[in-house]
Write a protein that binds this ligand. Structure first.
Ligand code: CMC
Length: 439
């Protein structure tokens, strides 16, 4: 039986409309049902018929689009890319295979993967004029804004017009060049010469070499480390309408080009409540280790509403159970630590925090479990990735997801520029007061 025929049957449609009663009037609203049975009331025409808008701070319960890329069931801890469970992809596929799946919609055949890999490999080099670009950045620049700026700058090197062929080439260029940009940002921050890509290496090995090799010295990539990185990137590759992906869609909805949209996504990912959390998790673990403070003491602060401390790497807008990505990473940690010969102190602290939190009423009642960032930093640190590169690693992994969403949005027949409404709560009309009469 072929893989495709194993797909489960889509859920059958249920009620196709909902009725809203307001101010003595009744409004029929269409209901859309997804293939996994999720239901949404379509309020897109509600304002025209009733003058009402909907209000949903942080878009916690608002569907912004219909998408066929990634399915998450936060209650049951399920994550699937194009129908394939994340556990199977992490175990059996490679990052470039997953990138192809997300972008093209199907797993590649052997020939398709070879040609995709070949194309991605031959575009890894950056234009030499990028030397001046990096040279103009401060030495201590954080690599995240350096990457966001460099990706935006790609649009100045390449004509990012709207034709399908040009977009296809932009997709390949981004996948090929982001690891080079990321490693270059890091080398720049060290004041070391850049290491050019080596196109006889696979995607992750090439990146590791550009990060850690020094000129004129042999560098050996440990296949176990390269594979761990590949798995990490697969786990980060997409997560439906998260903050950075929604940003990519929002920016792209104005018909901004792919480079500009991805650059905006990188900036959105940087924040500590999103991708920046992986850096904050390791800093939190190191802080606990350095102060010889106990996990219990830290959790007391994280629960205190008068203290801004949060248990970083815990909680998620969508998952109200264990994030399946965190479960895979937790299992990966001991093997990597054993191979690298480093201390397991931070992993021990993380596991202790998790153990106590999952027995604590505060975390249990709010459905707060480890998310993908809780264990990823332990692995990054063990394989020598510097802490300020952690969020860049997240961006490298998330790139195919951003691209897939940007492409899906462009082809969506329902496509419209993103433009939310608001409820205005400011001053009502008042008359201008001259400067000398203001109190
Ligand atoms: N530590 C302590 N309390 C928390 C935490 C936490 N990590 N996360 C949520 N809470 C509490 C929060 O104070 C609130 O309590 P109450 O109902 O008493 O006011 C309740 O749980 C609900 O939290 P929320 O902030 O309203 O939930 P949200 O869906 O808006 O935020 C979140 C989700 C991920 C931003 C949040 O859980 C958080 O700040 N976590 C720590 C940062 C983190 O790990 N971020 C990475 C997310 S996963 C990777 C990614 O996709 O970027």
């Amino acid at each position: 039986m072929s893989e495709k025929t194993t797909a489960e049957k889509p859920a059958t449609a249920q009620a196709t409309k909902a009725t809203l009663q307001y101010d003595g009037k009744s409004y029929d609203l269409p209901v859309h049902v997804g293939t996994e049975g999720e239901r949404a009331i379509d309020i897109s025409k509600l304002r025209t018929s009733s003058g009402l808008i909907t209000l949903d701070n942080g878009y916690g319960n608002t569907g912004a689009c219909q998408s066929s890329i990634t399915f998450i069931d936060g209650e049951r801890g399920i994550l699937r890319y194009r129908g394939y469970p994340i556990e199977e992809l992490a175990e059996r596929s490679t990052f470039l295979e997953v990138a192809y799946l997300l972008i093209q919609g199907e797993l590649p055949s052997k020939t398709q993967l070879e040609s995709f890999t070949q194309e991605t490999t031959i575009h890894t080099m950056l234009h030499e004029d990028f030397s001046r670009f990096f040279g103009s950045l401060p030495k201590d620049a954080h690599p995240m804004p350096s990457c966001a700026a460099a990706v935006g700058a790609l649009a100045t090197f390449y004509q990012a017009n709207e034709s399908d062929e040009e977009v296809r080439r932009s997709v390949i260029r981004l996948l090929a060049k982001l690891p080079t940009i990321a490693a270059r940002s890091y080398k720049h921050s060290l004041g070391q010469p850049q290491i050019y890509p080596s196109n006889n290496l696979d995607y992750c090995s090439n990146f590791l070499r550009m990060m850690f090799a020094v000129p004129c010295e042999p560098y050996h990539v440990d296949p176990l480390v390269a594979r761990a990185l590949d798995v990490l990137m697969i786990l980060h590759a997409d997560h439906e309408q998260n903050c950075s992906t929604s940003t990519v869609r929002m920016v792209g909805s104005s018909r901004a080009n792919l480079y500009a949209s991805i650059s905006a996504g990188i900036s959105a990912l940087w924040g500590s409540l999103h991708g920046g959390a992986n850096q904050e998790v390791i800093e939190m673990l190191e802080q606990i280790a350095a102060s010889e403070g106990s996990a219990e003491k830290f959790l007391t602060r994280a629960k205190d509403k008068n203290d801004t401390t949060r248990l970083m790497g815990f909680g998620h807008r969508v998952y109200k159970s264990y994030d399946p990505r965190a479960a895979i990473l937790k299992k990966l940690c001991p093997g990597i630590l054993a191979r690298m010969g480093g201390s397991s102190q931070l992993l021990d602290i993380a596991m202790k925090l998790e153990e106590i939190a999952l027995r604590d009423e505060y975390f249990v009642s709010r459905g707060l479990y480890p998310n993908v960032d809780f264990y990823s930093g332990v692995i990054y640190k063990a394989i020598g990735i510097p802490v300020n590169m952690f969020t860049v690693m997240f961006a490298l992994g998330r790139l195919p997801g951003w691209i897939a969403h940007w492409l899906e949005m462009r082809k969506d027949p329902q496509f419209r520029i993103g433009r939310p409404r608001q409820i205005y709560q400011g001053a009502t009309k008042r008359t201008y007061v001259a400067m000398d009469q203001r109190s």
